[in-house]
Structure formats: C-alpha cells, structure tokens
Design a protein around this ligand. Sequence first.
Ligand SMILES: Nc1nc2c([nH]c(=O)n2[C@@H]2O[C@H](COP(=O)(O)OP(=O)(O)OP(=O)(O)O)[C@@H](O)[C@H]2O)c(=O)[nH]1
Ligand SMILES: [Mg+2]
Length: 356
Amino acid sequence: MNQPPSFPLFLQPTLKTNRFQLMPFREEDSKNLHHLINDWSVVRTLSDLPFPYPQTMVEDWIKMATTHPQKGLGYYFAIMNKAPSSLLENKPLNRLMGCVAITLEKNKTQAKIGYWVGKKFWNQGIASECVTRVIEWAFAQLPIKTLKALVIEDNIASIRILQKNGFQQTGKTTEKFMAYGKDYPVIVFEATRESFFISRQTPFTPPSPNSLDKIHMSSFASHPKPLLTVSAGILVDIHNKILLAKRPEGKPMAGLWEFPGGKMEKNETPEMTLIREFKEELDIDLSTTCLAPFTFVSQAYAGFHLVMSLFLCRHWKGTPTPKEGQTIQWCLASELKNYPMPEADKPLIPLLCDLL
Ligand SMILES: Nc1nc2c([nH]c(=O)n2[C@@H]2O[C@H](COP(=O)(O)OP(=O)(O)OP(=O)(O)O)[C@@H](O)[C@H]2O)c(=O)[nH]1
Ligand SMILES: [Mg+2]
C-alpha cells in the first residue's frame, strides 16, 4: 500500500522572513553564538546547556547542527539579519541574533521546536517572526503530524509565541536543566498542522489589487468573505489510481496534498481553468478529452469562502510533470486518508472510495 513519500533527507535550506534570513549555522558563527548564548537570561530557559557555557561546547554544538540535517535528525536555523538594502545602511552583514531548532523524535511523525534570541535583540518580535516561518517550513517539508515545545512556566514571551502559532497546552512535566543542575517544571505545548493553519487566520495570502479579478465578491450582502472559485481535476489512471499534488513550501497550506487545479480567471469556464491549470502545473493536455463533472465543494476558510468544481478525467496527453515545485504521487482512493489534505477535500474521500 502506498504511503506519502518517505522522509526526505536534504541539505537545510535558507528561509526568509520580512526582516530576517534563517540560515544553517557555519563554523565562523561560533564566536558570535558563544557571545549571545553564554548569558544567564538565555541559558536559564534552555534545558540542555550548562552555565557558564564554554566556547568548546559551542564548537561541538555547531558540528552537530551541521551534520544532523543530512541524517534527518534535526534542523538548526541561525537567525541573521538580511543584507542591507543599500551600502549606505550601516548594518553589518549576517549578524547572528538567535536560533530556531527543530529536532525529530524517533518515529519522525513528531518533532520538537526550541528557540532563543540574544538578550540585546529582545522585544522586537524577532522570535515570533522566525518561529512562524520555521513551523511553516516544517509542516510543509517534514513528515510530522505534530510539533511539541517544552517551556518553563515563567517564560511568558515564549508561551505567547506558541499560542499565536496554534499550540495548546497538553500537560506539565519536568525536564533536566543542566544550568540548574536538577529537574525543573515545564509546560508541554503541542500543535498540529491544522491548528497551525487555523492560527494563521488566513490560509491563503490576501489578494493583491491586480489579482482581484480572480476573486469574485459574493453577491449576498450578508456574506462577509471573498468568494474564491477554483477548478480542480481528479486524474484517474488505468490502475484506478488518483493523482495528488503536494502544495509546495512557500504557498498557503504548504505540505497538504490536493487535486491539481487552481483559481478561475475572469471570463473562464471551469473547464477552461482546468485545461490551463493542468498545462501550467503538470504540463499535460486535457483539451481534447472528456471532463466529467464529479461534484463541487463549498468550504468556509478563515479568510475566504472556497467553491471548487471537481472534474474526473481518465484520458490526457503527456506525462504529468511537476512544474511548480510540487511533489506528485499516484494513490488508490482507499489510501487518500493517509495524506494530509485541505479541509475542503476531506468529504471527497468517501465519495471517491465508493466510485473507484
Ligand atoms: N487546486 C486545489 N486547490 C484546493 C484544493 N482544496 C482546497 O482547499 N484548495 C484551495 O483552493 C485554492 C486554490 O488555489 P491554488 O493555489 O491551487 O491556485 P492557483 O493554482 O491558481 O495558484 P496561484 O494563486 O499560486 O497561481 C487554495 O486556497 C487551495 O488551498 C484542491 O484539492 N485542489
Ligand atoms: Mg494550483
């Protein structure tokens, strides 16, 4: 039986936020890292560090942080400022400010997140901005279902960041804190992909003015949300397998598996949208085939209301090839439940199991 593709082992990427870049650590960060982290205000919130924190341990830690990603054990992002936009800006390049780390648990369906920011950079929303970006990446790229965080009770700033990102308290425990030399009480927080997406309020980026023609405002005065009309296709091969596409990192709802398709443009019929989207996203031609209307879904999301027409299609020209950074996978209808999908798609699974 098919499972979603196995855990990808890859080099850790550099992620960007509005103000920062989140880079893999390098040997040359060792001095700055030591300077920032060998500080009681920081060390007291982190379980696995002694105080004082010797420079040699920092060097060992950087070695671990650079080898773990290749083994799929963990990912350690150095929070750096972005390059100055002009030479007149008197900011040093690549100034280290803190760290966001994701470590995988043994079964790889759960990971732990930890983060800290150097004291001189506190109260600027740095951790908040960077933690959200790393969670977005983790739910898109790693096979995890939940993220866990352990926080000491008086670390209110950290607890706020977790709550803003859809984490909920699931218990209390104790953890060995090297700096205190004893077990110390911590609160356990957990987030799922769904709770994270809901916390982001709008799982889809608000439309820019020039894309407004893609969004049709509802004619019902009582309808407060923009109506998004989408056309998607369920491609079925000779083995009765269905084509799924995993939304790529950087797109709203990244990491979820969907039926290929996209937003209807002005003056397009659902069929025209489908033909255009399948050419753009998968480089296949549906223009001469029979597109059988299957069903539609009507789903309220946080920032918009989705109306999606779904077509069934058994014949096409060409070989589906991912053109937009997505991952594609053929699977049986009975296997769809193994793939995390957008809310709107979940009611389609039993319909497809009955049909195929
Ligand atoms: N294509 C597709 N979109 C879905 C599905 N389920 C679902 O909720 N959606 C939502 O419908 C919207 C479709 O947008 P899309 O991102 O595919 O649109 P698009 O291809 O035109 O992308 P673009 O805006 O990046 O050009 C997204 O908000 C997406 O999350 C599905 O099964 N297939
Ligand atoms: Mg699309």
